[in-house]
Design a protein around this ligand. Structure first.
Ligand SMILES: [Zn+2]
Length: 132
């Protein structure tokens, strides 16, 4: 699915507001799904949304491919910000900007391209130190 008109109604947008900074995660394309474990650590009440910046502030670290579940939401690449894509694939933000363009020009292959990057970078040199 690569539709750009998911969110027409203002009321539909309310549940997507970031708990901490108030940015709308549907409008800035930072609607994504993390593993239950990571999400519970960031948002113990398990309600609401957090933008990438705020979830990382709460966790005290950058997100990493392992933090995301294999939900179709995480594969809606035309609806992901470069920042989400960078964390999802484990690549620097600057590379994610280029990747976004590649994915938008190769929509059929996009999920495979992303999955290969994820697998390659799971044990990559940029992996942040975690307590796990
Ligand atoms: Zn925020």
């Amino acid at each position: 699915m690569y539709e750009d008109d998911f969110y027409d109604d203002e009321e539909d947008l309310e549940p997507f507001v970031c708990l901490d900074c108030g940015v709308n995660t549907a409008l800035n394309d930072e609607y994504y799904m993390l593993t239950g474990e990571v999400w519970k650590e960031a948002d113990p009440d398990l309600v609401g949304m957090l933008c990438i910046n705020c979830v990382e502030l709460r966790l005290g670290r950058q997100l990493w491919p392992e933090d995301f579940i294999k939900s179709p939401i995480n594969y809606l690449h035309s609806r992901l910000s470069a920042r989400v894509l960078a964390r999802f694939c484990g690549i620097p933000d600057t590379e994610a900007e280029e990747l976004l363009v590649i994915l938008q020009n190769n929509k059929k292959e996009a999920p495979q391209i992303v999955e290969q990057l994820r697998i390659k970078n799971l044990k990559g040199p940029n992996k942040p130190k975690t307590r796990r």
